[in-house]
Design a binder for this molecule. Structure first.
Ligand code: FO1
Length: 308
């Protein structure tokens, strides 16, 4: 089964680390959000693609879910002594990825070429595709003004209220090479349990991607990142309070309803099955909170069974 997933960072990485134990890695393509990308000290940082790469290659920091395991922060400490901003914590080992990427981009390689090179060098055979080779930064219109994603997420710790989200430059962007083919040729399409506004939304904002999902021959299945009215991680619930009519798994299904065939919500939200089914979407309740390797594999296994 050829699986194509749309993914953000940590929640997606967890589920995909279960998937790679069940499917041949060559059969998995991951289209990753790059709306979080930004420049840090002149370096080009791609948080979500790196989180997916580090998780699948077993190098992610297990405590944070981002960055590299057993990293040190000597460069950051020195920068702080020199008076530079240190709110975005780039570790010393992680820094090598950003130097490598920035250097290759400066030499004229595209983001998808650099991402493919990083995967090959790390022995990752899952295909990781940035949503676009062109930067499409997510902009959050908040009660503190318009903030770039990391500014809102890390520097302001998701505190400002968000009332609108835009994707700068999306109109002139196109999907990265391979993205539309991966959607068209997939046997199954998976929307990972990622934030619908700042992880999946930016991918859908790239012209051509949402129409491709609507036209796909494969079934589209999504896993809710909202459980019992709360986000498993991050600001999804807080955003929903402002941007949706209610904070619930059913509201997530509503966001994807135009192209969604199957929605997986958590057992604790089983009472919402009827309202999702009323949207014409097949609905399944499962244990979706992934707290161990076993639970990641079990959720991936259940998803594959539904799709088969
Ligand atoms: N998240 C944080 O909350 N604080 C950080 O200092 C931080 C640094 C960081 C460095 C590299 C990287 O790839 C990711 C990093 N993240 C950090 C995670 C990232 O900001 C977010 O989790 C994603 O952008 C949202 O998916």
């Amino acid at each position: 089964m050829k699986l194509t997933a749309l993914a953000g960072g940590i929640g997606a990485a967890k589920l995909l680390s279960g998937m790679v134990r069940l499917l041949p890695p060559e059969d998995i393509t991951v289209i990753v959000n790059t709306g979080d990308d930004f420049r840090w000290m002149g370096l080009y940082i791609c948080p979500d693609p790196d989180t997916i790469l580090y998780t699948i290659s077993g190098q992610v920091n297990p405590e944070t879910g981002w960055g590299m395991r057993e990293d040190s922060f000597q460069c950051l400490a020195r920068l702080a002594r020199l008076g530079a901003d240190s709110w975005f914590r780039i570790g010393d080992r992680d820094l090598a990825t950003h130097l490598f990427r920035t250097n290759r981009l400066q030499q004229g390689d595209s983001l998808s070429e650099v991402t493919a090179a990083l995967c090959a060098l790390e022995g990752v055979r899952v295909r990781i595709l940035p949503m676009s080779d062109k930067p499409v930064p997510t902009m959050l219109h908040t009660d503190e003004g318009v903030l770039a994603l990391q500014d809102y997420f890390v520097r302001r710790k998701c505190a400002p209220g968000v009332f609108r989200i835009t994707h700068h430059g999306a109109d002139d962007a196109s999907p990265a090479p391979g993205v539309l083919e991966a959607i068209r040729n997939a046997d199954a399409l998976l929307i990972c349990p990622s934030n619908p506004y700042i992880s999946i939304g930016p991918i859908l904002a790239v012209p051509g991607i949402e129409p491709a999902l609507r036209a796909a021959r494969a079934r589209v299945i999504a896993v809710s990142p909202i459980v019992a009215g709360e986000a498993i991680k991050g600001p999804a619930a807080a955003m929903m309070r402002n941007l949706a009519t209610e904070v619930s798994a059913a509201a997530v299904a509503g966001i994807y309803r135009d192209f969604l065939d199957v929605f997986v919500l958590d057992r604790r939200d089983r009472h919402l099955c009827d309202s999702v089914a009323a949207m014409g979407i097949e609905v399944v309740d499962l244990e979706t909170v992934m707290v161990s390797t076993e639970s990641k594999v079990a959720l991936a296994q259940s998803i594959l069974e539904i799709l088969e």
